[in-house]
Design a binder for this molecule. Structure first.
Ligand code: GCU
Length: 395
């Protein structure tokens, strides 16, 4: 009897492990068919940018809201900006540091986002600004610059003539399965929690980034027409959903965002919707759960998210050893988003094959690189972002 039980338990363990096993074998990816980007829900083809903007784009936004990330609420009563620290000779005089408390209220309740920003003193016009949706903690953005973290290489960015900024996502929605509600969800938008298409972590972080742009629009040191959103991994997923919706973002950058970010969900390689919804349910609306192990039923795939960013610019970064995030699936999604850019007359022309490791591809309104090495955001990645932004803003 005992041995029979042991066998049953063993079979259960093996089946569970198998149902979670990840594919890392290109030959086992299998066939998949992506949802049509340019076919409307009524079956008609989208042939012009006006049909895209008026009909198909809103349809796709709604599909992502209702099935993946949840709908981001837009209403609040008041927003208040307070510069709590300012140093015009930061970084030995080459930058201005500001710490800004952004307080958003609805009714008599409010939350505060603590923005950290440096702008280059050598730039006499308002500076283009990188904005990082930061889940790695405020210590990665040390205002004293004692701790210089490669994740947020402020000196290099300032030297290149850009501003760099960021906020810790904990101010908006803690990155935690239990605590994610403590923040904007419980305080400002409690109704969202009950809704099956309510906003969750990734959407909330983007909501916070939008409030930061509300501030940038008022700060003369910042060129609010040149905001570059950056996020790594989970932050990259959030950056894409944010950049797709907030049209004030000029360039949207996703660094190794992988599954439910820049990688195609239907491509069975690395992380899957099943794994991500099991491990991180609080990032997504409750409705997303139904697509676990059921990706073919998703009415969207991630190329459609990248396409929502058009005609503004999108940049997708990968790392060669970061197979969990499926570098190839990210490149393919970028390629598949091209028809929408082309509707605007933008000749994106990405190479058919994924570029070689460490070979950056810059095309009009679109860029990609696959860095050697592991899952991380490094000064090398930042150098590629700067190259791309320089090229894009020159035009
Ligand atoms: C996990 C998760 C990924 C995510 C990553 C990160 O690995 O499965 O989806 O991108 O964490 O944020 O670093």
């Amino acid at each position: 009897m005992k041995s029979k039980n042991a066998i049953i338990i063993f079979i259960l363990i093996v089946t569970t492990l198998n149902s979670f096993s990840q594919n890392y074998d290109e030959s086992k990816v299998g066939e998949y068919k992506l949802p049509e980007l340019l076919v409307r829900e009524d079956g008609k083809d989208v042939k012009t940018k006006s049909e895209w903007e008026k009909i198909r784009r809103p349809e796709i936004v709604k599909l992502f809201e209702n099935n993946v990330y949840g709908k981001v609420p837009k209403d609040f009563d008041n927003i208040d900006f307070k510069v709590v620290n300012k140093d015009e000779s930061a970084m030995n005089g080459k930058a201005t540091l500001k710490e800004v408390a952004i307080t958003v209220s609805r009714g008599n309740r409010s939350i505060t986002i603590n923005l950290i920003m440096f702008t280059p003193n050598k730039v006499k016009v308002p500076a283009p600004m990188f904005l990082v949706i930061n889940h790695r903690g405020v210590q990665t953005m040390d205002v004293s610059r004692q701790n210089k973290d490669g994740f947020w290489p402020a000196e290099e960015v300032i030297d290149a003539g850009f501003g760099i900024s960021g906020f810790d996502v904990i101010d908006v929605s803690p990155d935690d399965n239990e605590k994610f509600k403590e923040g904007v969800l419980e305080v400002l938008y409690p109704d969202q929690i009950k809704m099956s298409n309510g906003m969750r972590g990734l959407g909330a972080w983007g909501w916070g980034a939008s409030r930061v742009i509300d501030y940038f629009e008022k700060d003369k040191l910042v060129d609010a027409t040149k905001i570059i959103s950056v996020g790594h991994s989970r932050g990259g997923k959030s950056s894409l959903w944010f950049g797709a919706q907030d049209e004030r973002v000029a360039i949207t950058i996703s660094n190794e965002s992988g599954n439910s970010g820049a990688a195609l969900s239907r491509r069975d390689f690395g992380e899957t919707v099943e794994r991500i919804t099991k491990n991180f349910p609080y990032w997504f609306s409750a409705n997303y759960q139904q697509y676990a192990n059921n990706e073919d039923k998703l009415p969207v795939d991630q190329h459609m998210l990248l396409a929502l960013i058009a005609p503004r610019a999108v940049y997708v970064a990968s790392a060669a050893d970061d197979l969990w995030a499926d570098p190839k699936g990210q490149y393919l999604a970028l390629k598949e988003s091209q028809p929408v850019f082309n509707l605007y007359g933008i000749e994106t022309n990405l190479p058919i094959e994924m570029p070689k490791i460490n070979e950056q591809v810059i095309r009009p309104h679109m860029g990609f690189h696959n860095r050697e090495g592991k899952h991380n955001m490094t000064p090398y990645d930042w150098q590629q972002f700067i190259n791309f932004a320089n090229d894009y803003f020159k035009k």
